[in-house]
Each structure stands twice: as C-alpha cells, then as structure tokens.
Design a protein around this ligand. Sequence first.
Ligand code: ZN
Length: 254
Amino acid sequence: MKKLTTAFLAAAAMTLGFAARGAVYHFDTSGAPKLAAWTDTKLRPVVEQWYPRICSLLQEPGFKPPEEVKFCYREDRQMRGIPAWTMGNAIWLNRQWFEGNLEGEAIGCVVHEMVHVAQAYRRGRHPAPSWVQEGIADYVRWFLYEPYTHGARPNFRDQRTRYDNSYRTTAHFLNYVELKYGGGNTPIYRRLNAAARNAAYSDEFWKVATGKDVAALDAEWKQAFARPPRERRQPPKTKTSETSKPQKPETSKP
Ligand SMILES: [Zn+2]
C-alpha cells in the first residue's frame, strides 16, 4: 500500500512538473506557407494548453508521455486524402484539408491526434483494439475539449450503432458510462486507456469498472437515448371519441 502511494505521488509530481514546464513543440509550416500565421496564432495556443492537459487526463503511475511533439504539413496525395495521422510523437497534417477547414474541424482534429501522442500505445502481441484507441481520442476531443459543439451524437435509429463503432460513437458511449458509473478517484476512460496502453484490455474491463458486461451497457446506452415513440395526433374531442379505446403508442423504429 505504502509502495503504491509513493508511486502515485511520484507520478503526480511528474505530471505537475510536466504541466508547469510544458513540452517542446515543433511546427514545420515550410510545406504550407498559407497556414503559417494560422498555425502560430490559432493552433499553437491550443497545443500549448491542451497537450499537457491531455497528458494529465491520461496519466498513469510510472508512465511518462512524450515531452516533444512535432507537427508538419504534408500534401493531400501523401496523406492519401486522410486529414491527419500520428506516428509516435509526430503529427502529419493534410495541407489541403486544413486550408479548407480552418473555421471548422481543424483544431479539434489536432486535439484528437495529440491524444494519440499521449496514449503512446505499444505495438505488442496484444495491441489495443483500434475502437478503444480512437474512441478515447474522440472522447477527449468531443466531450472535454469542445463539448459545446455536440458533435458526437450517434444515430440511435440505425440498428448498426454499437459501442465499438469507434470514433464519435464510442466517444458518446464512453461519456455515457463515465457519467453513469464514473465518479471514483480515477475516471473510467483513464483506466480504459491504461489497460489499452499496457496491452491488457479485454471485455472483462467493463465488468470490473461498472459491474455490467459490455453488451448490457451497450443496450442500456441505446435505450437511454432512444427517442420516445412518436405520439399520434389526437383528434379533437368529440362525443364518439370519448367512448373509443385509448390508442396504443406507435412502436418506435430504429
Ligand atoms: Zn485517431
């Protein structure tokens, strides 16, 4: 127990030190001169504020997140049309996509990628499922960085909607589980991330964290957000309608 406390304090001190000191950031805009001013005035402040915050959100005793992060712009053809990706501590950004999305999803997209840097999952024999990795990145982005945009509500009428659909859908599921079953010393998303980072994730995680298996959580999450059956318009009251039987509500279609 004492050992654990010492380890925890050491980790907390490390995280605080890191937050105070900040990391080192390199922005290479040589391939995107039109984006240089935006990168410096709009993107950099968010990076400097949010990378240490993300590292703190995903902290784990004994784990040290990368202290250097590189950002560089690449051409759309090199990126194969993908807006951004992360390799280790390097984030590649699609120049054309960013130029077209500065007022939209550009910064949120970088926040998502910074989560991948901080996750620093190892490629082992039991790699974390990608839906866990992407779900956590989108949870941080849509529910902690820009919750006011409400950008991650899945289509609950679609029968294919599942907790492991990855990205925004998994993020929405994680937010539901956090609000309903979280509240302990360590948030559930942080424990999930630690399990994934240490190649120790299995579906058993949900049972331990919430007391319910993931299929039950999936069902109750969808139930909680299913729209109530649409009420039929009641005809104006007449003498005959008073004697008619109450109408059955329509069953909702997914
Ligand atoms: Zn991602």
